[in-house]
Design a protein around this ligand. Structure first.
Ligand code: NAP
Ligand code: MG
Length: 505
């Protein structure tokens, strides 16, 4: 089902593809009130793809009014959970039916290898929407044991109008992580995709309409963070913001909430994730394969990328040798060729930012072990840099590109201290053959997710989000994500003798 096509087949789809360009508000595509547009670029070629609607605060006002109207009249929220489930399952089916077109659109817009779009992003997107759809008629609210004189119920209610502000690195999947639980719960959403990657979000909104999700419930307002993200953050009728992006922008949403209506804010921000390899790791080939995948999947444009290898000094040389062998399988080039695993970075400006970290290698006299090459101001080869210390920018800052830093340790406490020596706390991986060491390290590393003897992000049943400056206010995925999009209401009913007597009288 999700096997990749050939390069020729993908190029044929790309030649014919129709790209959505307008915002999607109240059930139809429409231009900005100002009539303005911005250019969406294919980062692999530098060519313009489409002129996309550039919305501003007046379009946000209009979309929020429509979303609130839809929420207040209950056209979605008051449908039975089973009906909402069926509409979302239909959306998942339509995404599956249009999977090749969506994979090509995502690849053209973001520079991601089409193979990854087809085999990872799209199946995970479908699974996420299905999982939250299937959850919604299988969870129960509570009645509480408060004694014979009262009946107390604690019920979840959809929180209201939700602003979903998204990054460019996994456009479809981050959309699904937000709209899956939000729409299942009965909320109305205003989605703001990143400017670099608007196309698949617009197409999914159209498919949601086709699936029977009513007008006004799923709106997409395209445009910049300043012109669209900020008005969403400050809007008095937006009840919650679910954000994925950088920590500095996440902070802004907390300020917007404080300066407006105290809307709920859930943030998934950056990471500087360690892969800690102990000398008792059982299979260094497996470690090498997993570390390469963790560092270079999606060109390292991944909040959970394990961008710091923290390895015991006694096995460093051997591990780096095996990492080099695995890297030979990671070809860099045209994202529409399914042979390539490293595509283009998302934009020229992001390329320049990542490249500035390559410049540090020389300036700090670090040792370049693999890669380091760049092509066409868009592609960076998978790169491994040894001798990195905690003082270095390579160790502390989120690079969001295909660069792995290597640091050695001698003792277990030193490994833990290195792993925790950043302001982030999103994910970590631990490689060891000892159960005791695995559990000790999993507990001592301050991160929202620790994987043992593998790299990964769990599955739909496990929450995802960060400690420290990696997140705030809640988690994506799982039942815990569902709860983000709900308010809790207590209903307390007096059934004491007194009240019954009064009723009879
Ligand atoms: P970003 O610059 O923070 O942007 C994220 C979103 O916020 C975009 O839609 C952006 O709009 C918008 N935005 C920017 N400035 C804004 C402002 N002043 N007010 C309101 N909204 C604003 O991050 P990015 O470059 O897209 O994504 C990369 C970052 O996302 C990385 O740091 C990465 O770690 C993080 N990330 C985290 C997770 C996670 O689950 N923890 C997952 C994926 C990515 P425009 O860009 O269109 O202007
Ligand atoms: Mg683009």
């Amino acid at each position: 089902m999700h096997e990749p096509l050939t390069a020729a087949e993908y190029k044929a789809i790309a030649a014919e593809i129709q790209l959505p360009t307008n915002a999607f508000i109240d059930g139809s595509f429409r231009p900005a009130i100002s009539g303005k547009t911005f250019t969406s670029v294919n980062p692999a070629t530098g060519e313009a793809l489409a002129a996309i609607t550039a919305c501003d605060a007046s379009d946000v006002d209009y979309a929020v009014a429509k979303a609130k109207e839809a929420f207040d009249d209950g056209r979605w929220r008051l449908r039975s959970p089973g009906e909402r489930r069926d509409a979302l399952l239909k959306l998942a089916k339509l995404i599956e039916r249009n999977r090749h077109e969506l994979a090509v659109m995502e690849s053209l817009d973001s520079g991601k290898p089409v193979r990854e779009c087809q085999t990872v992003d799209i199946p995970d997107t479908i699974h996420t929407i299905r999982w939250h759809a299937e959850l919604i008629d299988k969870i129960y609210d509570n009645t509480n044991n408060v004694g014979p004189d009262a009946l107390a119920m604690v019920v979840r209610e959809p929180i209201g109008v939700v602003g979903c502000v998204l990054p460019w690195n996994f456009p479809l999947l981050m959309l699904a992580w937000k709209i899956g639980p939000a729409l299942a719960a009965g909320c109305s959403v205003i989605v703001k995709p990143a400017q670099e990657t608007t196309l698949t979000t617009l197409r999914v909104a159209e498919l949601a309409h086709e699936a029977g999700i009513p007008a006004g419930v799923f709106n997409v307002v395209t445009g910049s963070g300043k012109d669209v993200g900020e008005p969403i953050g400050l809007h008095m009728d937006v009840d919650m913001v679910a954000f994925t992006g950088s920590t500095p922008t996440g902070r802004r949403f907390l300020r917007y909430a404080a300066d407006s209506n105290l809307k709920k804010v859930v943030l998934e921000c950056g990471g500087k994730n360690p892969a800690v390899v102990l000398p008792d790791a059982e299979d260094l080939d497996l470690v090498a394969e997993q570390v390469v995948n963790g560092a270079f999947w999606n060109m390292g444009e991944n909040c959970s990328a394990t961008s710091r290898l923290i390895v015991h000094s006694s096995i460093k040389d051997e591990l780096l040798k095996r990492i080099g062998a695995y890297l030979r399988e990671w070809k860099t080039g045209d994202p529409l060729d399914p042979e390539n695993r490293i595509g283009a970075l998302v934009s020229q400006s992001h390329f320049q930012k990542v490249k500035s970290f390559l410049d540090d290698v020389e300036a700090e006299e670090l040792s370049l072990v693999h890669g380091g090459g760049t092509h066409k101001d868009a592609f960076i080869e998978p790169t491994v840099v040894d001798g990195v210390t905690p003082k270095s920018r390579l160790f502390q800052e989120e690079i969001f590109g295909p660069i792995l830093s290597v640091t050695t340790f001698e003792t277990l406490p030193e490994a833990v201290a290195l792993a925790n020596d950043t302001n982030y706390g999103l994910t970590a991986s631990v490689y060891t053959g000892s159960l005791r060491n695995a559990i000790r390290l999993s507990r001592d590393i301050r991160a929202g997710l620790v994987t043992v003897n593998c790299f990964g992000e769990g599955d739909a049943t496990t929450p995802f989000g960060g400690y420290k400056e990696s997140g705030f206010g809640g988690r994506d995925k799982s039942v815990f994500a569902h709860d983000n999009y709900c308010e809790l209401k207590t209903i307390w009913i007096d059934i004491s003798d007194r009240s019954i007597d009064e009723m009879i009288r």
